[in-house]
Write a new protein. Structure first.
Lengths: 79, 147
């Protein structure tokens, strides 16, 4: 279960050096696009909302299933 | 997202799980679902709405717009082995066509079930002829595939 505190938890890429907790503010590391067709989908774990509650989503938990991953510009947008 | 939620049952029937991602927090997702989406789709959003507040996930998927600070519209079909089979990325003003996503999922599922012995030609829809790549098909596609 994801932490539901006053902070603003965020998603992170599994195995990435840019895990928010450890990243000093001054350090800026370029994250390179790793998504390519025919290649492994980059794994990630992120806090999520699901049917009235808060949970956590990890892509690798879905192995064995087909997944449709949809990014969109923002809540309360029009399209 | 309401359009995707509206088609959720069709995707479920194909065994497809959906995850949506934006830079909004899970708290904003909750309010959006309760205040608006539940009025558009019965029961609200039935799949997890993930939060990518730092844009880190969007960056590795190549959909993070640094200037706007948002994840633009990107759609990825990922197979049971965790392999990306298809991706589509659009600038914000144009919405997706879920019928095409649905068609692609069915095509990738057919190819996977045939262990790669079948392929789907341009414009294939379920029920239409598939191709069986091999020496016999070289130069003979015209015989089996009529657009």
């Amino acid at each position: 279960m994801a932490d539901v505190g006053c902070g603003r938890p965020t998603g992170s890429v599994v195995g990435s050096k840019n895990t928010p907790k450890e990243t000093p503010l001054v350090q800026k590391e370029e994250t390179v696009m790793q998504a390519h067709v025919g290649k492994k989908a980059p794994d990630f774990e992120a806090p999520a909302y699901l049917k009235g509650g808060f949970t956590s989503v990890k892509l690798s938990d879905y192995l064995g299933k087909w997944v449709l991953l949809c990014f969109y510009p923002g809540d309360f947008t029009f399209v | 997202m309401s359009a995707v939620a509206d088609q959720f049952d069709r995707f479920q029937k194909l065994g497809v799980e959906i995850i949506s991602v934006s830079v909004d927090s899970q708290f904003v997702h909750k309010v959006w679902d309760e205040e608006e989406l539940q009025k558009m789709v019965d029961g609200g959003i039935p799949f997890p709405m993930a939060s990518d507040g730092s844009g880190e996930i969007g960056k590795v998927y190549g959909v993070y717009d640094e200037a706007a600070g948002v994840d633009i519209r990107g759609r990825f079909i990922i197979d049971p082995d965790g392999i990306i089979q298809a991706m589509e990325v659009l600038t914000p003003a144009v919405g997706r066509n879920l019928e095409e996503t649905f068609r692609q999922v069915q095509a990738f599922q057919l190819v996977r079930e045939s262990n790669g012995s079948e392929a789907t030609p341009s414009g294939w829809t379920p029920g239409k002829t598939t191709l069986k790549p091999g020496p016999d098909l070289v130069g003979k596609v015209w015989k089996v595939w009529k657009p």
